[in-house]
Design a protein around this ligand. Sequence first.
Ligand code: BG6
Length: 521
Amino acid sequence: MKVDDRLEPNVFVIFGGAGDLTWRKLMPALFDLYRSQSIPAHFSIVVVDRVDLGEEALRKRLHEGVNEFSRGGTVAAKEWNDVAKHIRYLQGDFKSHATYTELNRLCEELETEWGSKAQRIFYMATPPFLFGEIPTFLNYAGLSADRERSRLVVEKPIGYDLASAMALNRTLASSFDETQIFRIDHYLGKETVQNILAFRFANPLFEPIWNRRYVDYVTITVAEEVGVEHRGGYYDGAGALRDMVQNHLLQLLCLVAMEPMVSFDADEIRNKKVDVLHAVRPIAPEAVHEFAVRGQYGKGWNGGKELCGYREEDGVPPDSQTETYAALRLFVDNWRWQDVPFYLRTGKRMTRQASEIGIQFRAVPHRSFPAEATLDWQPSRIVMSIQPDEGIMLRFQAKLPGAKLLLRPVDMRFNYSESFKTPSPEAYETLLWDVVNNDATLFMRADQVEAAWRILMPVLDVWKAIPPSDFPNYASGTWGPDAAQGLLTHPGHRWPLPVELHSGADSRLMPPGDRAESPRP
Ligand code: BG6
C-alpha cells in the first residue's frame, strides 16, 4: 500500500458504520481506494454506531464485507490488517452529546499523535431521520467549525418532498456551510455518467448537432432486473419517482441537456446543471396523466424463474399502491431544447438491467435515395450506455454490399472495457476520493435538490390524491406497463430496446420503418 506524506491527515467518521451501507459499499470502496491510490500517511476510520460491538468484531465484519464486495475480491489477511489497524469503533447514541464529546476527544488525540491538524469527514450512513440531528450535534460539539477541513456527507433521500427537502437543507445550513456539504448521488460517480461530459464537450463533432434542430427526442432509461429485494419496508414509503427519478434520472437529464461549462469548476458545472432543472416545463396538475405513467410489478417469469409480485415481497403491504415503475415526458424550455421530448423511465423487475441515454436524431431533410433503397431506414442515433455495458454506440446508415442500392443501419460501438482494458472504479470509490480531495463537482447542491423536487411535486401530489386502479399493471420480467407507450404521442417515437455493446451485437434494435420527422427549420 502506497503512503503519501503530502496528503493531509484524515479522520473519516462513519455514523451508522455497523450498518449495511458501510458493510456493502463504503468499506469496500475505502479499501479499494487505499489499494489503488496513495493514502495519507496518517488516516483513521472512526465507526460510530449504537450497537454493542467490540472493535475486533467490527473489523471482522468489515473484512467480510470487503472480501465479498471489494473490486479486487478476497483480501489477504496481511493487506487487510494494514487497513484494519486504522479502524476505531466508537459506540454511542447518535442523539447524545457524550458521543460527540468523545468523538471530538478522539479527533484531537489523533491530531496530537500525528502532530498536525486533520481533515474530518463526517459521513451519515444512517436512516434519513437522523440527517438533521447529527449535524446539529456535530455543530454543538464544535466539530463543524473548521470550514476548510470539516466536511459532511449526506446520503439520499434528501427529503421526502419539496417541503421536507427545504427543511433539511435549512437544518444542514445552520450547522455547516454549503461548501462543506457533500450530497451523494451515487449515479454521478459512475464512470460512464462522467463520460457524458467528455463525450459532449471534449469533441467538436457532437455539440453542433446537440439541439432541437437535429435531435428528435431523447430517452433516458434506468431499468433494473431486480425487485425490491430486502428493502420492501423502505421502498414502500418511497416508490420509483422518489427513489430513482428525483435523483439519478434527473441528474442524467442535466448532463445530457446542460450548456457547455466555461471551466471544470464545481460550481460552474453545478450552475449549468441547475439551469436545466429550472428550464423543465412545469407539469400542470390536471395534465399529470398526459405526462406521467406509473406501474407496479406483478408476478411473472424471467430467465426461466417464476417471480413474485411486488405486493408479495417482504415488508410490502398486500394492497400497496406504491409505484415500482415511473415514466415521464418532460420538456426543457430553452433555445436549445424547445419542444424536444425527453422521455424518462425507470422500473424494477424489468426484462433486464439497462441504464442508457438515447439521442434520436431527425431524418435527413430530403431523401435523394430511391424509395426501395431506404426500406430499412433508421434515423441516426447515439446511445450512451451506463450499465451493465459501459460505452457509446453511434448508429448511422450504410450501403449494403452488392449491385443494388440498399441502405441499412449499422452501429459503431465504443466499449469501455474493450478500449481501455482497465476496470472502472466503483461509483463510491470515485465519490469518496472526491470528498477527501474537497471536489464537489459530482455532488448535489441544495438548490439542485430542491429544483428536482419542484419538477416532481405535481406528479407526486396527483398520484397521492388519485390512487392507481390497475396495480399491479405489469408482469415481472417485462418492459413495464403498456400505458407507458401512451407518453410517446409524437409519430415515430419509441421506447428503444437497450443496446448491447459487445462486438457482434445486432444493429436492428428499432422496429423497421421507424422514421423521424424532418429537421426543424
Ligand atoms: C438506489 C435506489 O439509489 O439505486 C435503489 O435506492 C436502486 O432502489 C439503486 O436499486 C440502483 O443503483 P445501481 O447502481 O445498482 O444501478
